[in-house]
Write a protein that binds this ligand. Sequence first.
Ligand code: HEM
Length: 177
Amino acid sequence: MERKQGEVDHLERPSPLTDKERVMIQDSWAKVYQNCEEVGVAILVRLFVNFPSSKLYFSQFKHIEDTEELEHSSQLRKHAQRVMNALNTLVENIDDSEKVASVLKLVGKAHALKHKVDPVYFKILSGVILEILGEEYPEVVTPEVGAAWTKLLATVCSGLKAVYEEVGWTQQSTSSG
Ligand code: HEM
């Protein structure tokens, strides 16, 4: 059974990142980004395996259940690359709130208006990112570094939610699920 939304509720209402947290995020990301393709694919495969309803937005692999087959999907790999690139831009520009806001606006608008992705999946994805980073980089992602990432991802989710509200997103038939 899928895990539900409440699990990542701690990602709500982020407090601002401190300078120390920004540095921890940038240092840890530098290591992660060396393997961006592998890590990106691992994150998305975990998302789609653990939360199969998230697959339904993707025309080319929505019916694929086999993990290895998912891993090789070109649509999945392309999206993994896009997610990692966007995260890289956010981390690189962590001190530039205008740049961060413009990235979130582009991503939020595309997902709300074009792809019609329920924003809950951004929270779910954030949980998966934290999980994979902790598993793959246990030496780098110490509890303190993980906490900084939690804050960053919470900021991303709340920024995206604000964009969704701005473009008039209304909850679509997910209230019972
Ligand atoms: C931080 C999180 C994410 C980032 C940075 C991101 C980034 C992107 C980008 C840059 C695109 C192409 C933009 C466009 O179509 O105009 C895209 C496409 C897409 N995204 Fe995301 N995405 C994220 C999370 C998600 C999630 C959680 C889902 C659904 C569960 C999703 C579903 C899609 C779909 C269905 C497409 C179109 C795919 C295609 O045409 O092949 N994205 N994403």
